[in-house]
Ligand binder design. Structure first.
Ligand SMILES: *Cc1c(COP(=O)(O)O)cnc(C)c1O
Length: 416
């Protein structure tokens, strides 16, 4: 096998002793592949970057809810967030206790509230309307509330979740109404949270949002914790040398801000972050196969099995993923050319990489999409009745299947 553009997976020894062609032969194409060592390294980096004693990490499971990965993340001492009852079910199957789960809700039903409450899991609501619903159902209970202070950040307008143009959070002007409900129903506000958006690589927007949530915290007397949300970015343009977030610098700044605020507040508050992407993104790749090459009106298309049903991010967010190419033979073609790499779905937007300068690609080459561990499998679907791929974990010397490929029976199973 030869690797073209393969500096990243060679650099971190992603595949260890495994051969991508063997994995594809055994588990089918496409295939999600994760590396346990890299996953554990990310967890440890997060656990250690911020030197504040009551600092709590809640992995945001929507980035990747694979049960085996969750067990590893739990072993590393992280807790979790959930955003749906289904996520709670998976988290509890992975061994997380109710006390280790925070539920961050958005527009949920009474039945869902009841489900979370019955499990003894603390929930955040993100509107006055949902607060009142919760309070009516469960007076004399506890809650936390998501605020939107008007600050947002992210790599695409669809992932900016704070700020003035998003559906999320309670705005500061509603604080009197919030207090009124808390008082009338005897609800204790244990914490406040926010999530400004996803994928920042500079500390300034996050630190700015930290200051603005402190502004909200000052208006409540007896909080136990403040949750700053997730959004810690990873560099998707590694092949161009894009740098990573400076965790050391960020950790110092966060710890100083936390300490100052606790002093001012007169209480050793617990501070929470909810990273999703950062935990799993770089620990996963997606491998697919080239089935066709053609030229259409001056554009060269590389046709693969990596449809938007398998990896949604490029179609949904115009997201960029670095791509490596693996070839079973030793035929190296030195020629670079601009190509558009597409999937196998009947959608014009089914494009993995547009107008990308790549070494010449041939049929039967493998395409390895980097940084696919987050929002990859978790957003995969059965669109066009395609089977979602298997997931495989490289664990040191050996590896193992951690989710089988869908079957046609899975496709038929839910029809009545
Ligand atoms: C999606 C989400 C996260 C995780 O975001 P990442 O960008 O993956 O770190 C954290 N908190 C909330 C409320 C979210 O919706």
């Amino acid at each position: 096998m030869i690797k073209l553009n393969g500096t990243v997976t060679d650099g971190n020894n992603f595949f260890e002793n495994t051969d991508p062609f063997d994995l594809i032969a055994e588990y089918g194409s496409p295939l999600y592949v994760y590396n346990e060592r890299l996953l554990r390294e990310n967890c440890r980096l997060l656990k250690n970057f911020c030197p504040y004693p009551q600092f709590q990490l809640h992995y945001s499971v929507k980035a990747n809810a694979n049960l085996s990965l969750l067990r590893i993340i739990r072993e590393e001492g992280l807790r979790v967030d959930a955003m749906s009852p289904g996520e709670i079910v998976v988290e509890q199957a992975a061994g997380f206790s109710s006390g280790e789960i925070l539920f961050v809700s958005n527009n949920i039903s009474d039945t869902e509230m009841q489900f979370v409450h019955d499990k003894g899991i603390l929930m955040s609501v993100d509107s006055v309307s949902q607060l009142e619903r919760y309070a009516t159902l469960f007076p004399d209970s506890e809650i936390f509330i998501r605020f939107n202070t008007g600050i947002g950040a992210g790599h695409h307008e669809k992932v900016v979740t704070g700020g003035k143009n998003t559906k999320f959070g309670v705005t500061p002007d509603a604080i009197p109404a919030v207090k009124d409900i808390l008082r009338r129903y005897n609800i204790r506000l244990k914490g406040i949270n926010q999530h400004i958006g996803s994928l920042f690589l500079e500390k300034s927007p996050y630190m700015e949002s930290v200051e603005s949530i402190f502004e909200i915290a000052r208006q409540f007397d007896d909080l136990d914790f403040i949750d700053f949300g997730g959004g810690f970015g990873v560099p998707y343009h590694k092949q161009e040398g894009q740098g990573a977030l400076d965790f050391c610098d960020m950790g110092q700044a966060l710890a100083a801000a936390m300490k100052n605020f606790s002093n001012e507040y007169g209480k050793q508050l617990t501070y929470v972050i909810e990273p999703g992407r950062f935990v799993v993104c770089e620990a996963g790749v997606l491998i697919g196969t080239v089935h066709a090459i053609k030229e259409n009106h001056g554009t060269k298309y590389v046709g693969t099995d990596l449809g938007l049903n398998t990896l949604m991010r490029p179609a949904m967010y115009d997201a960029f993923h670095d791509v490596e190419v693996y070839r079973a033979t030793e035929d190296v073609s030195a020629a670079y050319e601009a190509v558009t790499i597409t999937g196998n779905i009947c959608e014009t937007g089914d494009i993995l990489a547009k107008n990308r300068l790549m070494p010449e690609i041939f049929e039967n080459d493998l395409i390895c999409v980097l940084d696919a561990g987050a929002y990859g499998y978790s957003m995969a679907s059965n669109y066009t009745c395609r089977l979602r791929p298997a997931e495989y974990l490289i664990t040191g010397e050996r590896g193992r299947l951690i989710r089988r490929r869908d079957t046609f029976d899975d496709i038929l199973a839910a029809y009545v």
